[in-house]
Design a protein around this ligand. Structure first.
Ligand SMILES: C[S@@+](CC[C@H](N)C(=O)[O-])C[C@H]1O[C@@H](n2cnc3c(N)ncnc32)[C@H](O)[C@@H]1O
Length: 195
């Protein structure tokens, strides 16, 4: 049986609001255990970079599509002091005993019948390791705001997402790359698109 040691530790730190200590776990060796909680473990410098970008653009809220456990979003919320709302599918799974915990309290499950979730133009949208290209296109085509953030693998990282951070789809859809940064030396990138 898997004991999910990392998950237990992160949960303890989360309940104690020790988000900086969670950032310090970035070098934890077991990739499977890490990916259960989040795909990209940011450093303080990465969050600082994002904070700068977000405040320059006057963004007050981020909607994270496919937020998974919401741990990244909770860390962003803590460091940036802004609201992050999650969007996911399949509440049953995320509330089951098999899934990772949900760290973000504000998650909309868009596949529920009574879901009336709407992304406002004042909100930025975030895709971190999103893996559903057709859903991505729908979200971006419906979005009327000005900032899209993508986190995912760059060349040579060996994982695949849809979209990837430097996806040609963005220019085809009329978006311009505004800023980008490698997350530590992971070959994962964060890219910010504007229009
Ligand atoms: C690889 S996981 C990444 C999770 C998280 N962002 C992370 O970085 O750890 C992709 C997530 O996208 C979610 N997803 C897939 N299709 C979706 C859709 N149409 N709307 C919202 N979320 C979706 C999946 O349920 C899954 O949790």
């Amino acid at each position: 049986m898997v004991d999910h040691a990392l998950e237990k530790l992160v949960l303890e730190l989360y309940h104690e609001n020790k988000w900086r200590d969670i950032l310090d776990l970035q070098n934890f060796k077991d990739a499977f255990e890490k990916h259960r909680l989040l795909w990209v473990w940011p450093s303080l410098e990465d969050l600082d970079w994002l904070k700068h970008i977000i405040s320059e653009r006057n963004v007050r809220e981020i909607v994270s599509i496919g937020c998974g456990s919401g741990l990244l979003e909770w860390l962003i919320q803590k460091y940036l002091g802004i609201v992050v709302v999650g969007v996911e599918v399949d509440r049953k799974w995320w509330c089951s005993g098999y899934s990772p915990p949900l760290f973000l309290k504000n998650v909309h499950f868009i596949d529920e019948e009574d879901s009336r979730f709407e992304i406002l133009p004042s909100q930025a949208i975030l895709f971190c390791y999103f893996n559903n290209g057709s859903a991505f296109l729908n979200y971006v085509k419906q979005y009327t705001g000005r900032t899209v953030i993508v986190i995912g693998p760059g060349e040579g990282r060996g994982s695949c997402t849809d979209p990837v951070p430097f996806d040609r789809k963005f220019s085809d859809l009329g978006w311009k790359l505004d800023a980008a940064r490698e997350i530590r030396d992971t070959k994962d990138y964060i890219a910010v698109y504007v229009r």
